[in-house]
Design a protein around this ligand. Structure first.
Ligand code: GH3
Ligand code: MG
Ligand code: MG
Ligand code: MG
Length: 304
């Protein structure tokens, strides 16, 4: 029997109380179980909760299993969720329709429980693998922060959200000062350790749940702060600059500072702003220009 690293959630949908209690007690040993007695409350669970696999009867009240399947498969946010059907009147016409709608499986409701259990477990094993790959593909291997790919998606999303929802969005580009000298003096392994420490300080500077930190490239990071104006961004930047200095990571002797420092470029869009960035890319470019100014002005500081 496969074992799972993540706790996965199975949604069981049936109006038959006995069947639902049999299924949920069997699966509860391996998965989180959500239960719905009709298609409408099932849909609510799917939209609001993190459902990994749906196991549904065909004839569910209010919204039928097949209607539910059509909705789930046509919605960008839910299309990836696998749906398995069980039927108390198995026939190939129904099977063909269910599979062609995108269901992963169609089984006899009266099938032996052990077989049902294995079928569900095997699909869950694939879901777990898929989740793990998805996680790896958007994470930076060295620092554990979001990687560039996830940043690109997120910054566009947050820029649109800020423009549409008329709220602020600040972007900080953070760059380690004289990092080439650091590597030259102490070697790349020490350089990597330094990157990890700074990444953890950046992650620690998030104040809200939606604040987002990513590794932008080599020794550059981006912090996205939705609902934050320039003033708020400056305060986050100042605190981060001080936190990095206070870690007292010795700098290369050729560098102008005794301890490792960072420079930060800030840009923001605001509801009242007259010269708001016209795109996410323009926002990043503005922050990058300000980073260059911070470097020119002597490093270990921010510019906005
Ligand atoms: P500045 O203050 O102007 O930013 O100078 P700098 O030396 O930090 O800038 P530069 O862009 O010249 O050098 C960046 C260095 O970062 C060069 C590169 O070897 C190093 N670097 C990039 N990625 C990694 C990494 O993953 N590990 C280590 N150890 N070093 C890295
Ligand atoms: Mg029924
Ligand atoms: Mg750089
Ligand atoms: Mg640098």
């Amino acid at each position: 029997m496969p074992t799972f690293q993540h706790q996965l959630t199975l949604l069981v949908i049936d109006d038959d109380v006995i069947s639902i209690s049999t299924l949920s007690s069997m699966f509860a040993k391996s998965f989180n179980i959500e239960i719905a007695r009709d298609g409408k409350s099932a849909l609510q669970s799917i939209l609001l909760k993190d459902i990994d696999l749906v196991l549904s009867a065909i004839n569910t009240p209010i919204i039928s299993g097949q209607e539910l399947c059509t909705f789930v498969k046509n919605n960008k946010l839910t299309a990836h969720i696998p749906i398995m059907f069980f039927s108390d009147n198995v026939n190939q016409d129904e099977e063909e329709v269910c599979l062609s709608m995108g269901a992963v499986d169609y089984i006899d409701k009266n099938t032996r429980l052990g077989i049902l259990f294995s079928r569900v477990s095997n699909i869950m094993a694939m879901v777990a693998q898929h989740k793990k790959l998805a996680q790896v593909s958007c994470t930076d291997g060295l620092t554990g922060l979001a990687n560039r790919m996830q940043l690109d998606t997120m910054i566009n999303k947050e820029w649109y959200s800020a423009i549409r929802g008329s709220h602020g969005l600040a972007a900080l580009i953070i760059d380690i000062d004289h990092f080439k000298l650091f590597n030259d003096a102490f070697g790349h392994l020490e350089g990597d350790k330094c990157l990890k420490i700074i990444a953890s300080l950046i992650a620690g500077s998030k104040r809200r749940e939606r604040d987002f930190a990513a590794r932008y490239g080599g020794e550059e990071f981006v912090l996205l702060l939705p609902f934050t104006d320039i003033k708020g961004a400056k305060s986050v930047a100042q605190e981060l600059i001080e936190n990095v200095r206070q870690r007292e990571i010795p700098a290369a002797s050729a560098a102008s500072h005794d301890f490792v420092s960072i420079s930060i470029g800030i840009a923001a869009v605001s509801p009242q702003g007259k010269d708001n960035a016209k795109s996410a890319m323009e926002l990043i470019n503005k922050a990058d220009t300000n980073l260059f100014r911070a470097k020119e002005a002597g490093r270990n500081q921010y510019c906005a």
